[in-house]
Design a protein around this ligand. Structure first.
Ligand code: DAH
Length: 369
């Protein structure tokens, strides 16, 4: 045995002392950072245990073996203590975090504030549901229109007196030498529909329209819905039947009398205005049988000149068109006296006149509840 007893005993004592000291430090490490610092100073490349193992090289083989094993056990013991303390500290940190983020799930739930559907949106959906059942699909056009679609193609050439009745908003941009306009009616969607594809056509076009006007029953922006039906044998009887069914469906009364009065629109021939029966009593208006009439929409057979303007042969194709104000229907149906309130964005008004988001109108389930 070439062991140097003295060296070994001294080293053993040192290791024992170091182990106690390190384990005490590990046990008292109060947070993960301190513990990690400790790991580096004990086990790291320049750590205290690593420094010890570096001295082994100068020793004789037996001493080296004995001390080598001793240092390894020290290393393992300290490493295990660090791992255990780390788990403890992590669990404590998690507890602290959970306490801080505590939610009292026994608190009563707050009801979500319910949004309301605007009467214009509701009535638009009602109109789409009714005409949808009659086989009409929804067509669209832009709010900014060109002169051809809004006027000329609808048999209102420049200088036509009917243009003056439209109180048009002009846009500072031109197309084909004429200013663009904010569409004054939804009728240009008739033109767009017929230019987009061959007949037959059966569409409605709800949307925003613009005219320079402002009082109880007029706002610069309002809503219309256009209707167009073109086929080989569509006639005035279809127009009357279709619109009679419509007004009875929208006002949800089977007994509403209707009448068609001759009228004039440049884009229809013949043209008519449709009235529905009503009763006016003490400032109150009731729709249905009565001794009075209420104008509800304009309509007529599409003028041959309009068909020609979009390349449809009027000797083969014919049909009807109609246009009405959506806001006006909403006012009549839901008893809203002033059109301007529709666009004031007053939440109290919307809560009063608005509709539940889940009250989707269908002709089967009831249009409004
Ligand atoms: N465009 C007309 C207006 O805004 C309404 C109208 C009347 C549309 C008769 C039509 C129609 O399609 O046939 O005053």
């Amino acid at each position: 045995m070439a062991q140097d007893e003295g060296t070994v005993q001294a080293a053993d004592a040192d290791v024992g002392g170091l182990q106690r000291a390190l384990l005490a430090e590990v046990a008292s490490a109060g947070d993960l950072d301190t513990l990690d610092q400790l790991r580096v100073t004990a086990l790291g490349k320049k750590g205290r245990i690593t420094a010890l193992t570096k001295t082994l090289g100068q020793l004789d083989p037996d001493t080296r073996k004995h001390l080598g094993q001793r240092y390894n056990r020290l290393k393992e013991t300290v490493a295990a203590a660090i791992t255990a303390r780390k788990a403890e500290l992590e669990s404590e940190a998690l507890d602290v975090q959970l306490q801080a983020e505590r939610q009292d799930v026994t608190l009563p739930a707050r009801p979500l504030p319910a949004g309301r559907i605007h009467p214009v949106s509701q009535v638009t959906e009602e109109i789409i549901a009714i005409f949808g059942d009659m086989g009409f699909t929804v067509a669209e056009g832009p709010d900014v229109e060109n002169d051809f679609n809004n006027f000329s193609a609808l048999n209102m050439p420049p200088e036509h007196p009917a243009r003056q009745m439209h109180d048009t908003f002009y846009v500072e941009a031109e197309q084909d030498g004429r200013p663009l306009v904010l569409r004054t009616h939804t009728s240009p969607v008739q033109i767009r529909t017929m230019l987009a594809g061959p007949p037959p056509h059966r569409i409605i076009a709800p949307g925003r329209t613009y005219r320079c006007d402002y009082d109880m029953t007029h706002t610069p922006m309002f809503h219309q819905v256009e209707g167009l039906m073109i086929d080989r044998r569509t006639h005035m009887g279809h127009l009357k039947g279709c619109l009679t069914d419509f007004v009875r469906a929208i006002f949800e009364r089977d007994d509403i009398p209707v009448r068609f009065r001759p009228s004039f629109f440049p884009f229809t021939e013949p043209s008519a205005e449709m009235d529905i029966g009503c009763k006016r009593q003490g400032g109150e208006l009731t729709i249905g049988a009565g001794d009075d009439w209420l104008e509800i929409l304009g309509c007529g057979m599409v003028h041959p000149k309009v068909l020609r303007a979009v390349g449809v042969d009027p000797d083969v194709w014919q049909g009807f068109a109609f246009g009405m104000g959506i806001d006006r229907i909403a006012m009549l149906k839901y008893g809203i006296p002033d059109l301007r309130t529709f666009f004031e964005a007053d939440l109290r008004w919307l809560r009063h006149y608005g509709f539940g988001a889940l009250d989707v109108p269908t002709t089967r389930g009831g249009l409004s509840r």
